[in-house]
Design a protein around this ligand. Structure first.
Ligand code: BGC
Length: 416
């Protein structure tokens, strides 16, 4: 079979041709190590193995992926890149600028990626017009995950405004529950900060501060208010929040120890892995104040530039499988995210998945879809890390909200 023909194979056809591709293998670096994440990555491994492509797993624990990026850098520097690596936003573009990534143009043209991948994702999946990565999903960060039994016990309706949200958390705390399940890690603090910036200032302010890095916006009264809201949230976490992994925070909501978690929809993967159903044991809603907007991040498999022909064929088989409509459904049902293609019907998704797909489409059409700062889609890693430092220092009480806004201006200026 020629390589050209192999490029045409969908994941299903691939499954029938084990004898021709049995020697192929992909080595994939990722940070999907929680229960839900591991189940999701398992669907990719199974799909590839069914098609005769072996899977060499390279998981690097650490939500948000900072540790994975450090390991990846070491591997590439040593001249031994993996086949593919899970990557976010601006980081993909950085690797492309270094000339480290391969070219998926032929496969993309053959399968019509340009017509089905949203423009906001193509901005990261292509470099100078060339396809360099395969997007597997769209996540977003402005979600609240809630325990429905606890809401009922406390007599709570779904909060629509920031004040309602605070009142609901107060009710939970007064009743002896943890109001907000949170893990004190920089990337988690930053994840909730995405929604505080959007909730206080709306789309124009998010664009000016997080994307355009406008100093006036970064140091504005609205930014002070965003930090004040972080202080309010800080008052609702439990005493043991420091350093807790995000999935353990999700477990607090799953177990009924905590009312809410503000987290990207990878959290849904934990609820589903625990056997819970959206709209039944748990529910989801956009962070009050951010309705109508979406702060997104997309996991993509950046494909490294490989010289070995067999490795390259395996890489293309993986990219092809990742982009297939069937696989995008299978994977995203488990991962908690929504497909990275616009042509996938939502009927197989649960209530949260359907809400995610609808709000994403609305935000994309209405100009209210923005890259998540916390997950590398609003600004480059140097700026993102500078923001992380200020947000976390403030969250841990190193300085007040007004000082935090000033520190943000300075940190961003130095990082650029
Ligand atoms: C990734 C998700 C992942 C989450 C927690 C995010 O940056 O996009 O896929 O589940 O980090 O590890």
């Amino acid at each position: 079979m020629t390589m050209f023909k192999k490029l045409h194979m969908t994941a299903a056809v691939l499954a029938l041709s084990t004898t021709t591709v049995a020697a192929q293998e992909v080595e994939v670096l990722h940070w999907w190590t929680s229960g839900g994440e591991a189940a999701a990555v398992g669907t990719l491994r199974d799909t590839l193995e069914a098609g005769g492509v072996g899977w060499l797993d390279m998981p690097i624990a650490g939500g948000g992926g900072a540790d994975a990026q450090t390991v990846l850098r070491a591997r590439v520097t040593a001249g031994d890149p993996p086949t593919a690596a899970q990557m976010l936003g601006f980081t993909i573009q950085d690797w492309a600028a270094e000339g480290a990534l391969g070219n998926l143009n032929d496969l993309a043209a053959e399968q019509g990626w340009e017509d089905v991948v949203p423009a906001a994702l193509q901005a990261f999946a292509r470099y100078d017009g060339d396809w360099i990565s395969a997007p597997v999903n769209v996540h977003s960060t402005n979600w609240v995950w809630a325990n429905t039994a606890l809401m009922a016990e406390l007599g709570l309706e779904q909060p629509e405004t920031w004040d309602d949200f605070v009142a609901a958390m107060q009710a939970a705390q007064d009743a002896g529950y943890t109001a907000l399940a949170h893990g004190g890690q920089a990337w988690q603090d930053a994840t909730i900060f995405d929604s505080m910036v959007m909730g206080v200032g709306g789309p124009d302010f998010y664009q000016a501060s997080m994307v355009d890095l406008d100093a006036d916006a970064l140091g504005s009264d609205m930014m002070v208010e965003a930090f004040q809201r972080m202080e309010t949230l800080r008052g609702f976490v439990d005493d043991n929040f420091s350093g807790r992994d995000w999935n353990l925070a999700s477990a607090m909501v799953i177990n009924g120890d905590a009312l809410f978690q503000i987290m990207g929809d990878w959290a849904k993967g934990e609820f589903v892995a625990a056997g819970q159903t959206a709209g039944d044991e748990f529910t989801c809603f956009r962070v009050p104040g951010t309705q109508g907007t979406v702060t997104f991040n997309s996991d993509q498999f950046a494909m490294f530039d490989l010289t070995d022909e067999s490795a390259r064929e395996a890489q293309l088989a993986m990219a092809s499988a990742v982009m297939s409509p069937e696989f995008q459904i299978t994977f995203n049902l488990v991962k908690g995210s929504v497909p990275a293609r616009t042509d996938i019907p939502s009927d197989q998704f649960d209530a949260c998945g359907q809400l995610g797909m609808a709000t994403l489409a609305e935000a994309a059409a209405g100009g209210t879809l923005f890259g998540s700062m916390a997950h590398g889609h609003a600004n480059p890693p140097s700026v993102q890390n500078a923001m992380y430092d200020v947000i976390t220092a403030h969250f841990n009480g190193e300085f007040d909200a007004a000082t935090a806004a000033e520190e943000l201006v300075t940190a961003v200026e130095i990082a650029q």
